[in-house]
Design a protein around this ligand. Structure first.
Ligand SMILES: NC(=O)c1ccc[n+]([C@@H]2O[C@H](COP(=O)([O-])OP(=O)(O)OC[C@H]3O[C@@H](n4cnc5c(N)ncnc54)[C@H](O)[C@@H]3O)[C@@H](O)[C@H]2O)c1
Length: 259
C-alpha cells in the first residue's frame, strides 16, 4: 500500500507556521527548566538564549500564540509552559508504541523523557519470538503478531520505528493500516505513507555530517589564510547558509526532520 507522500501546508491550523511549531519544543524545554527552578518570569532575550534561538524570532513565534509578554517584566513562565503544551497537544496523554526493540528501541524505551512529556509507552513490539515476554524498561516485549490489536486496544496514534531499514516500510504499512497517523522513523530509509499520515525522521548520522561540514570549514579557515580573489570566494562560501540552509551553529534546528 502506501504510495503517496504526506504533503502538509507550510502553516498549520490557526496559521502557525511549521518552522514555529518546530521551535516550540525548544522553548518548552527551556521554560520547563526555568519552572523547575521556580523562576516566575523571563525576558525574551533570556529565553531566546536558553533555547538557542534569535530573540526577534522568538517574539514573532510567541505572537502566533497570542503571547506578547509584559514590557519590563517579560513572559510568565508557568503560563507559557501551559500555552505551548496546549498548542503542541501535550496536555493530553499520547500512547506510543515502539517497534524494533534492539539496541536503539530498548534505549528509547528506557528514556524517561517521553513519559514526563506526556508520551506514555503503551507497548514494545518486536518480530523476534525469542524476545516476546522479555521485560524491557519494565514492559514485556510483545510479538508483532499482536501489533494491530495493541494499537486498537490502546488507541495508539503515534508509532516509533527502530527496526532495521529493510523492515521499516512493512512495519510502517502495518502501523498505518491499524490506525497510526504519526510515525517517528529512526531507520535509515525514506518511508512512503498515505495522505494524512505524518512522518518525522531522526538521523543522527546526518547531524554528524553537518557538524563535519562545519569542522572542515573551521579547519580550512585556520590552516589557510586566503588572499585576493581566493579570500573573496572563501568569504562568499562562509556567508552561505549552512548545509541545506540549516542553522547549524545556532542549534535551533532539532535533530529530527520531516521525512
Ligand atoms: N536515527 C538514528 O540516529 C539511528 C541511530 C542508531 C540506529 N538507527 C537505526 O535504528 C534501527 C535499529 O538499530 P539497532 O542498533 O537498535 O538494531 P538492532 O539490530 O539492535 O535491533 C533491531 C530490532 O528490530 C527487530 N526487528 C527486525 N525486523 C522487525 C520487524 N519486521 N518488526 C518488528 N521488529 C523487527 C529485531 O528483532 C531487533 O530486535 C536501525 O535501522 C538503525 O540503522 C538509527
Amino acid at each position: 500500500m502506501a504510495t503517496g507522500r504526506t504533503h502538509r501546508p507550510a502553516t498549520r491550523s490557526r496559521g502557525i507556521p511549521e518552522a514555529t511549531v518546530a521551535r516550540l519544543p525548544l522553548y518548552l524545554r527551556a521554560l520547563t527548566a526555568l519552572s523547575e527552578r521556580s523562576v516566575p518570569t523571563v525576558s525574551s532575550e533570556e529565553l531566546a538564549a536558553a533555547a538557542g534561538v534569535n530573540s526577534a524570532k522568538l517574539r514573532k513565534d510567541f505572537s502566533y500564540l497570542g503571547s506578547y509578554g509584559t514590557r519590563g517584566v517579560g513572559y510568565d513562565v508557568e503560563y507559557l509552559v501551559y500555552q505551548i503544551s496546549r498548542e503542541l497537544g501535550l496536555t493530553q496523554d499520547w500512547p506510543v508504541v515502539i517497534v524494533g526493540i534492539g539496541n536503539l528501541g530498548a534505549a528509547l524505551a528506557n528514556y524517561g523523557g517521553f513519559a514526563s512529556r506526556g508520551f506514555r509507552v503503551a507497548a514494545l513490539i518486536d518480530a523476534d519470538p525469542a524476545m516476546a515476554g522479555r521485560p524491557v524498561a519494565g514492559l514485556p516485549v510483545r510479538h508483532t503478531d499482536e501489533l494491530e490489536s495493541i494499537i486498537r486496544d490502546n488507541g495508539v496514534s503515534i508509532g516509533v520505528i527502530a527496526t532495521p531499514a529493510g523492515a521499516a516500510q512493512q512495519v510502517c504499512d502495518r502501523l498505518v493500516a491499524a490506525g497510526v497517523t504519526s510515525i517517528l522513523n529512526f531507520a535509515p530509509t525514506v518511508l512512503a505513507v498515505p495522505e494524512g499520515v505524518d512522518v518525522r525522521k531522526v538521523d543522527l548520522s546526518i547531524e554528524l555530517q553537518i557538524l563535519a561540514f562545519h569542522e572542515q570549514r573551521k579547519a580550512g579557515e585556520e590552516t589557510t589564510a586566503p588572499s585576493g580573489a581566493g579570500a573573496a570566494a572563501a568569504a562568499a562560501v562562509a556567508a552561505r547558509p549552512a548545509a541545506g540552509g540549516r542553522k547549524g551553529p545556532e542549534g535551533d534546528v532539532p535533530a529530527v526532520m520531516p521525512a
